[in-house]
Design a protein around this ligand. Structure first.
Ligand code: HEM
Length: 450
């Protein structure tokens, strides 16, 4: 017997045993159509993988980390006299890096894992945006997703302070100044975040939020997010057909691929690749700890947040942009994302048919990339009004032209293709698959500009 057939038979036997004892198929996620065997359909699953890695690596870090600003006399394992006044939070991080076996790998992979989770979340978000998955009946999935986005960024914000480096301390203070300037909400939030106003109070609150409150909220929201996904099934491919069904029937489900074990293994395979890559990168480029809060020799440390907040950080450098305005702009953006399913009301999901929303998304991607690079290159440098107009204006203008041209070009060729298909049909249309387009109906609608 070849190795492959032995391997497959053994795997089937093990799976058969588990399935028999657990009836897992009954409580696993619903079966999925064959076309979902593509990574782009499971971008959310990759975010879940990244989240799980953060939970596991975070729990290991908790074994050593001390959320305390008390200065330590243990000298953090360095020659006594050089670092002996460093806060315990920084010292315990230093200890993890230098004394815990594989500690630097663990800490670096936790940090890079956070970057990866945020990056993957944006991939998941923009995929959903471009392909219109937020449309009925998935409005609530989208809205819960928006809350997940806020929670995930909150995890990043609160985690940044924990090593208690001067750079993270400065940036956290800038962030707090922005958050606490929010009208009404700011003063309400203040006591919760700042505690008794001491550095220890702030560190304790950030720590609580990072290891308990936000992960719990994230877990609960994720449960709701996946329950909604389960109830609707996966979104079908984007289409120009306004009448396409957006849900699969039970009969179609039965023809789909069972989630357990097939889809689960498919995602796990990618998940393992993710963990391997993450550990590889962390091993090759380990993170080094910047200097601690209160180090007098570090007076010239620049104030810089992590890359995902650089855009906001740069925004306050713009002439005329006060903290209140910057936080106001952020809130408008968030509200736009939250209520997007109710703003984009057409039933078509294909990007070709939603030029206004595609223009906005592409311009915002350009805007965020530009601001992030700009924030990294010239942190804290004031930007004059004209320079803002010359730099940001072209992004929106060029995108408007490109999106407009694509819209015009594809609309024409799409109509031609539909007409060709229509003329090749005689009599009534019988769809090859339940979700495919009826050309007679589609031509009539495309012509009427529906
Ligand atoms: C921590 C962040 C997030 C996690 C862990 C997560 C997880 C998931 C998972 C596992 C799915 C099932 C399908 C898939 O794997 O792609 C999913 C679907 C979905 N997510 Fe998320 N998500 C997150 C953030 C977001 C955000 C920010 C949005 C949008 C604002 C969003 C909107 C959606 C929508 C609309 C679906 C249904 C997609 C479909 O049916 O094809 N999610 N999410």
């Amino acid at each position: 017997m070849s190795f492959t057939s032995w391997y497959n038979r053994t795997l089937n036997q093990i799976w058969g045993f588990v399935e028999d004892r657990t009836s897992m198929r009954k409580w696993a996620l619903r079966p999925q159509p064959q076309f979902t065997f593509k990574p782009s359909y499971w971008t959310g699953g990759f975010v879940v993988t990244a989240f799980l890695y953060q939970v596991v690596s975070g729990m290991l870090l908790l074994l050593y980390y001390q959320p305390s600003t008390n200065t330590t006399l243990t000298a953090c394992g360095q020659p006594v006299g050089t670092q002996s006044i460093a806060p315990a939070a920084w010292c315990s991080t230093y200890y993890i890096i230098h004394s815990v076996p594989m500690g630097q790998l663990l800490l670096s992979s936790h940090l890079y894992g956070a970057y990866a989770m945020i990056f993957l979340m944006f991939v998941h978000f923009f995929r959903g945006y471009y392909l219109g998955v937020y449309k009925a009946p998935r409005e609530f999935s989208w809205m819960v997703g928006t809350l997940l986005l806020v929670m995930t960024l909150g995890m990043g914000f609160t985690g940044y302070l924990l090593p208690y480096t001067q750079i993270s301390y400065n940036a956290t203070n800038v962030g707090l100044v922005l958050a606490l300037r929010l009208p009404t909400v700011g003063p309400l939030l203040g006591p919760f975040i700042l505690a008794d106003g001491t550095s220890q109070g702030l560190l304790s609150r950030m720590f609580d939020a990072h290891v308990l409150l936000l992960p719990l909220a994230l877990g609960a929201l994720l449960y709701a997010h996946i329950a909604l996904f389960e109830s609707h099934g996966i979104a079908p491919q984007a289409t120009s057909d306004p009448l396409q069904r957006r849900r699969f029937t039970e009969k179609e489900d039965k023809q789909g691929v069972p989630f357990m074990p097939h889809i689960f293994w498919y995602i796990t395979k990618w998940g393992l690749l993710y963990v391997g890559l993450l550990l590889g990168i962390a091993a090759l480029w380990p993170w080094n700890l910047p200097t601690y809060v209160g180090n007098l020799a570090a007076a010239g440390v620049v104030t810089e947040p992590d890359w995902y907040f650089l855009w906001l950080f740069k925004l306050v450098d713009f002439a005329g942009v006060t903290p209140v305005l910057a936080i106001g702009i952020t809130n408008v953006l968030l509200l736009y994302v939250l209520f997007l399913p109710f703003l984009d009301r057409t039933k078509r999901t294909h990007p070709r048919d939603r030029p206004l929303f595609i223009w906005l998304a592409t311009s915002l991607v350009g805007f965020f990339i530009l601001m992030t690079v700009w924030g990294g290159e010239t942190p804290g440098q004031q930007i004059a009004l004209m320079s803002i107009v010359y730099t940001i204006g072209p992004i929106f203008a060029v995108n408007a032209v490109v999106t407009g041209l694509f819209y015009w070009r594809y609309r024409r060729s799409y109509l031609r293709r539909l007409q060709a298909r229509e003329s090749s049909f005689t009599g009534s249309y019988s769809p090859p698959t339940p979700l495919s387009i009826d050309p007679h109906r589609a031509v009539a609608e495309a012509k009427s500009g529906e």
